[in-house]
Design a binder for this molecule. Sequence first.
Ligand code: SIN
Ligand code: FE2
Length: 191
Amino acid sequence: MAPQVVLLHGFAAATGDLDAAVELVSAAAPFRQLKTPGGRLMSAAMTSCGACGWYSDARGYRYERLDPLTGQPWPAIPEPFLRLARASSEVAGFGTYEPDTCLINRYVPTAQMGIHHDADERDFSQPIVSVTLGAPATFLWYGPSKRGSPLRIRLLPGDVLVWGGAARKGYHAVQKPEGGTRYNLTFRKAL
Ligand code: SIN
Ligand code: FE2
């Protein structure tokens, strides 16, 4: 796609186990819409699993070891998630991978994600593995600068996008899903 941005088309094609795992995680840690530090409601609903979970409110972007909504630890990363994340990193050429968190985004047809990069982690040596489930959407890859015209990558259910190395802090955005609800799993080594 771009240097160190690898699309594994259909790599998560048998997504039945993954859908069930999303249900399991969200039963314990419900989807919720977070607020940006500036007070704006994010359009995608989110939850997490793993040793920590990504969180945002007036206090800023950060990782939390307990789910602020429930006061409980986040659910463990389900085995089918871990197997997929590890295999994706290997096949994409980034080697052994031990993510400690998976953010789950849920996009209803009006939801999208603005341009940002993933920079709240402590470990940038590990790649990001990003899995699309449900409806397709167009992913915009800007790279090192927010300016310029992005690479447009259409992500279908079962597609896995992996970025790391020099691309680890690349800017990206996601457009509204096409014709239904889209789920995205984002694996990271955060702690
Ligand atoms: C994200 O960048 O956090 C979400 C990516 C996606 O939904 O594909
Ligand atoms: Fe991101």
